[in-house]
Design a protein around this ligand. Structure first.
Ligand code: OSB
Ligand code: MG
Length: 368
């Protein structure tokens, strides 16, 4: 397969409500979509960077620059490219994993469409549908949070994750647990704490949480291991797991009992599968995280989450969780609290070109 050109677009998609985490509030999802035109047909991918480098050092402006100046030209210089070779071709460029993941996904989509295979089949998915979890942002107060959680439970979501931050942790968690004693509940701190906060974090042990996600900084693996020894709630890592190697190190150190796998953060769906395989071998549960994906990445995440090691519900929600108008012809929906794993060729989606066009704020065609 030869790549003929790569179209990059920055989209602005308004969110149905603001999304607040320990690192900030978003009201518009800024995302880059990728269309590769190849000798074998087109493929689509999504680069999950956000507007500002708050969750990760990666951000959309930097992603745009590195994609157009370095990564896309490197792919265009290749003959007979396969999805498996994309990571090797891009490996000399340090970091920028979200960009690499989005480019690899577009090549994967084109290649699998040509081969008449689904992404889930290619990755080794084993189930036709996956239980849906939802990530709930910090609300105005604990009562508003309980209302928001109740709304999602009413829609059928099978697991709730609430965002926490210093000052919005124990009381918020207690309120949700008191209102819904039986639900599967977990919290995500997005790196907002230090080891000095161990007493606050240990207080969360009282609320029967599935896990606490990323309490400390991205590079605090040793401190996460120290913290884990002080908590009953299992520690799950998100930001820290930037690669399969990082996952191996975290497991070796006892820094994570559970891993949130995000294909964007780790450089692609092939690397994500390697982390999955490693965790299965180690007996460590994994779940599929999200980055407010459009229907492109959302479909790919559903495929990834259908692998056998994804034994916990992920942040794979309906398109309507974030968007009134998704950019795919058939948005991801909930059916009895489950998301159907796409079975069509490639990502199994059709692009809503008018919706893409309407959301585009910047467009660039890079040619060989
Ligand atoms: O930490 O999991 C996270 C969104 C953006 C950046 C980081 C995170 C999140 C979410 C939302 O929690 C997950 C989703 O539903 O896409
Ligand atoms: Mg997280």
């Amino acid at each position: 397969m030869d790549i003929e050109s790569v179209e990059l677009r920055v989209l602005h998609l308004p969110l149905v409500q603001p999304f607040t985490t320990s690192f900030g509030t978003e009201t518009v999802r800024e995302v880059i979509v990728v269309r590769v035109r190849t000798s074998a047909g087109d493929g689509w991918g999504e680069i999950v960077t956000q507007h500002a480098p708050l969750y990760s050092s990666e951000y959309t402006g930097g992603a745009w620059d590195v994609a157009r100046r370095f990564l896309v030209p490197a792919l265009l210089a290749q003959r007979r490219l396969t999805p498996q070779r994309v990571a090797n071709v891009l490996a000399p460029f340090v970091g920028h994993r979200m960009v690499k993941a989005g480019l690899e996904l577009a090549v994967l989509d084109a290649s699998l469409r040509r081969a008449g295979r689904s992404l889930a089949g290619f990755l080794g998915g084993v189930v036709p549908r996956i239980p849906a979890g939802v990530s709930v942002g910090i609300q105005a107060d604990a009562a508003a949070l309980v209302d928001a959680v109740g709304g999602y439970l009413g829609e059928g979501y099978r697991r709730i994750k609430i965002k926490i931050a210093p000052g919005r942790d124990v009381a918020d968690t207690a309120a949700v647990r008191a209102a819904f004693p039986e639900i599967a509940l977990q919290v995500d701190a997005n790196s907002a704490y230090t080891l000095d906060d161990v007493d606050t974090l240990a207080a969360l042990d009282a609320y029967d949480l599935l896990l606490i996600e990323q309490p400390l900084q991205e590079d605090d693996l040793v401190d996460h291991a120290r913290l884990a020894a002080r908590l009953r709630t299992p520690v799950c890592l998100d930001e820290s797991i930037v690669s399969d190697k990082a996952a191996a190190d975290a497991l070796a150190l006892g820094a994570a009992a559970i891993i949130n796998i995000k294909a964007g953060r780790v450089g692609g769906y092939l690397e994500a599968r390697r982390i999955h395989d490693r965790c299965v071998a180690a007996g460590v549960p994994v779940w599929c995280g999200g980055m407010l994906e459009t229907g492109i990445g959302r479909a790919a995440n559903a495929a990834l989450a259908s692998l056998p090691g994804f034994t916990l519900p992920g942040d794979v929600s309906a398109s309507s969780r974030f968007y009134r108008h998704d950019i795919v012809a058939e948005p991801i929906t909930l059916d009895d609290g489950f998301v159907t794993v796409p079975s069509g060729d490639g990502l199994g989606i059709e692009i809503d070109h008018a919706a893409v066009e309407a959301a585009t704020v910047e467009r660039l065609d890079v040619r060989a």
